[in-house]
Each structure stands twice: as C-alpha cells, then as structure tokens.
Design a protein around this ligand. Sequence first.
Ligand SMILES: Nc1ncnc2c1ncn2[C@@H]1O[C@H](COP(=O)(O)OP(=O)(O)OP(=O)(O)O)[C@@H](O)[C@H]1O
Ligand SMILES: [Mg+2]
Length: 338
Amino acid sequence: MTKNAIEVNNLTKKFKDFTAVDNLYLTVKEGEIFGFLGPNGAGKSTTIRMLCTLAQPTSGSAKVAGYDLIKDSAKIRQNIGLVAEKMIMYDRLTAAENLRFFGKLYSIPKQRLEERINELFQLVDMQEWKNTQINKFSTGMKQRINVIRALLPEPKILFMDEPTLGLDPQTTFSIRDITRQINQDGVTVILTTHAMTEAEALSDRVAIIDHGKIAALDTPENLKNMISQGDANVFGTKISNLTSELVNKIKSMDVVTAVAQQDDYNLKISAQGENALNEIIDTIRDEGGNIASVTNSNESTLEDVFLAVTGKQMRDQATEKATPVHHRHGPAPKARVR
Ligand SMILES: Nc1ncnc2c1ncn2[C@@H]1O[C@H](COP(=O)(O)OP(=O)(O)OP(=O)(O)O)[C@@H](O)[C@H]1O
Ligand SMILES: [Mg+2]
C-alpha cells in the first residue's frame, strides 16, 4: 500500500478577515508529483508555506512525512526541501560556495557535503560552473542552483513554488526535466504553478485551487475527460462582430456556466446540457452575431477544465477585480469532482 507523504485535514489560513486557504482537504501519495494549479492569489504559496512550517495555520491539521505539522515541526523541516518563490543566493560567492554555506546550515558533515555538492552539480549538468560567481549566471542557471540548494539535505519531499516562473522556454524544459529526475530518484514533489501546460507536463495529479478552495482534484487525464464526458462542455466561438452586449447575453443564458473572452472575436464558453450548443448558436444569431466558427473539440485542455470548474480563465485573474467575471448562480456544474 502506498503511504501518504502529506495528509491535509481541514487546513485554513486567515489573514484578519480574509480567508486565504479555506478548509483544505487532500492527500499526496509518496512518490507522486502533485501540482497545485491556480491563479494569482489562489492560496498556493500560503498552503506551501504552512506545509513547510513557515506559516501557522489558523485551524486544521496536517501530516507531512508522517509528522504532525504543529507538534513535530522540527522533524518535518528535516524531511523537506523548499524551492521558494524568491531565490536566496549570495551573488558574490561561487555556486559551490553558496551550496557549502547552506550545507553548513544543515550541519551536513564536510566530506559528505562535498560529495553531495558534486552529485547535485551533475544532476543539473553544471559541473563546469561550480566555481563561477553566481552574478555571472543567467536567471535559468541561478534557478538550477536554487533547486539543488533545496536538495542538499536529501529531503523526502520537495516543495517547489512556481519553479519556472519567468524562465524562457528552454530553461523551463530543463527545470522540468530536473524535476522529473528528482522524482525518479524517489522524492515526492509538490509544485505550484499557474501554467496549465506545466501542471499537465509534470503532475501525476493536479488540484485546481481557486480562492483558497479545491475546485477539482484528479489526474490531468481524468480532469480533461470529466468535461468531455459529462454534459459539461467547453467550446470556442469566433464572432466577427462581437460586442460586450452579446457577451453579456450569452453569459446570462441558463445553459451557460462561464464565458471567457479571449480577444476581440473569440469566446470560450462553458455550458451544460445536451442541447446547449444549439441554444447558444441560436441566441448568438438572434442577437445579430456573425458566427465565423465554432470549435467543440473532444480534446479538452486543463485550461477548459479550469474554466468549467471555476467559471474563470486563468489569464483573467490579474484583472479579475477590475472586470468582474460571470459566476453562475444556479447549481454547480456536474463535472465537479473531488
Ligand atoms: N502575509 C499576508 N498578509 C495578508 N494577506 C496575505 C499574506 N500572504 C498572502 N496573503 C493573501 O492571501 C491570498 C493568497 O496568497 P498566496 O500568496 O497564497 O497566493 P498564490 O496562489 O501563491 O498566488 P501567486 O500566484 O500570486 O503566487 C492573496 O490574496 C494574498 O494577498
Ligand atoms: Mg504564490
């Protein structure tokens, strides 16, 4: 039987009146790569910080590596590594000097530390950069050092908060490869991201988190299947004379659970019911809309899942407060899973 690396029970974090993490329940199995996918402010980092014992939960409990979050926080710290949102690195020191410095903080014996540092430079294929000052490194190289720094004490569980944020595609791929390698070496990985492709490429299971709550949790495959199988559906329409009135009209339809406007012409519409597509097309025509194309692909993406379960598009998040996005007031979509 697989053991659980992490068990979260009813975990809540409030900042004054604001609930950043709201009654979170989940388990992460040993050996998994588990993705937290959610928009800015969803509560991803706050959850990670609590599980790493860096922030006190307001209520609830959790076990990390078998230890109680509150009672055994010191034990937890011995079993985890954290690649935080912000890199911590001394620019004037070489890469190896940085690692030695952190290795000493972990009280790793000198000889073992040197061995470990060599192993880790190999892991990220940066042996020739060992004795170069960090300030000569590109962001991607720094991030690789930042990742192996967290691996120094040989953690059982590695937390990575937005490990590829702001990196170019090539470096992103390399960090993903390294993450897979780390996982194959037996480390359970919990990562946060707001990139669908990242969650999909890396995770065995994904929790879609929004406003501190889990909206859906499953394998990327199952998450995508659930919206193409159920009577929930997401499709794209291109309307050559799209107006905000028309968008609002579509949003107000009973069968429509969410609408995301992608540009001047394209909408992604999440809807429910067998006849939803026909009803929507009729409405668009009745309102004078010129439909240039409708795509109802069987290949849904995690982006579609996110839209279906949260009623929002990932990209919208930065402007969410400025332009309120439609939320259906009726029953929750059937596709919703736990
Ligand atoms: N120390 C704090 N004091 C007050 N509010 C906070 C604090 N830390 C986080 N928050 C709020 O809690 C919410 C969740 O923040 P969190 O950093 O966990 O989000 P996130 O999902 O990691 O987002 P991002 O993608 O931007 O990193 C946000 O609305 C944030 O403003
Ligand atoms: Mg964050």
